[in-house]
Design a protein around this ligand. Sequence first.
Ligand SMILES: Nc1nc2c(ncn2[C@@H]2O[C@H](COP(=O)(O)OP(=O)(O)OP(=O)(O)O)[C@@H](O)[C@H]2O)c(=O)[nH]1
Ligand SMILES: [Mg+2]
Length: 342
Amino acid sequence: MRENERDIETTDAAEWFRHRSYEHGQFSDLGALARRKRELGLTVSLVLPGRDVAGTIGGILDEVHGVNERSGPRSPLVDQIVTVDADSSDGTAEVAARHGSEVYSENELMSRYGGAHGKGDAMWRSLSVAHGDLVMFADTDTRDFEPQLVYGTLGPILSVPQVRYVKAAYRRPFKSAEIVEPDGGGRVTELSTKPLFNLFYPELTGFVQPLAGEFVADRELFNSIPFLTGYAVETGIMIDVLQRVGLGAMAQVDLGERQNRHQPLRDLSRMSYAVLRAVARRLRQDGRLHQLRDPRLPDTLFQFSDYRHAVATPDGLELQEYVEELVERPPMAEVLKVGYSD
Ligand SMILES: Nc1nc2c(ncn2[C@@H]2O[C@H](COP(=O)(O)OP(=O)(O)OP(=O)(O)O)[C@@H](O)[C@H]2O)c(=O)[nH]1
Ligand SMILES: [Mg+2]
């Protein structure tokens, strides 16, 4: 058994990062992966949430069918493909159906809950029709969807016995009309999620793309946790999966580079708020906020604190560590008063 296939018990992000970070090339033998899946007797559902993605979802579905052809016609890696459409007006549903996907309206699924509340709700409702033993989600707003997004994400959960949840990792370039910044994308991840996890959920700081829409778990695990609606969904799932199965059962896989459609900065402010609210809800529920207020906590928490920053580089995933110092100077009036009385 290879080093990163062994069971681990840890809450330390650095140790986890060393044992539970994989690379898609490790799983590129699709025939072997399909055989492994058959031996385990597992089926896979791929769920694709989509809002106005008529321009991209067809190409993505073609890639998924391509993966199935490569893994062998009688042993497809993906057994069921489900598109959950936000009743898009651009023809997303028609394109998806034409490219061989089951298609559901997010508002018609579980309609007793009323109209769907954004992405997270669409994903939650999809669990009522996704029948695979493993359920994988993937975003549909990308033009450069590559086969490794499917087999890379499925690789660790099929190959490593302890793993029950796998999150995609990748570099995210930022492209505007004139410029390309190789790591400029994923702004909410960098500016909200990673700092919040450093402060409140340090176990999760080894994840390079904690908000990635590509991830897989066994259906039982997804069915056992609540889903937050809208853009809070990924943050909530990360925390809830951690609490339920522990860090050793979670993994990430480097899939290379990924170009998403970018939202305007002002829309990201609201997305950031969704992430913050998700963390705040969980903090209140699991008592971690009280831990922070505990007067017995070492002062180091407030003066010196490691900042762990997981990043994807051309040479692979890295976990960088910085010591951040935060010193609080007293109000100057107090200092001067003391000075005068001396
Ligand atoms: N069914 C459904 N899908 C949605 C909804 N909102 C977003 N999606 C899809 O969910 C995926 C991720 O949504 P995005 O808005 O791209 O969010 P993101 O990828 O975190 O943000 P960016 O970094 O700006 O791309 C995309 O494939 C969307 O089409 C929704 O309300 N309903
Ligand atoms: Mg996107």
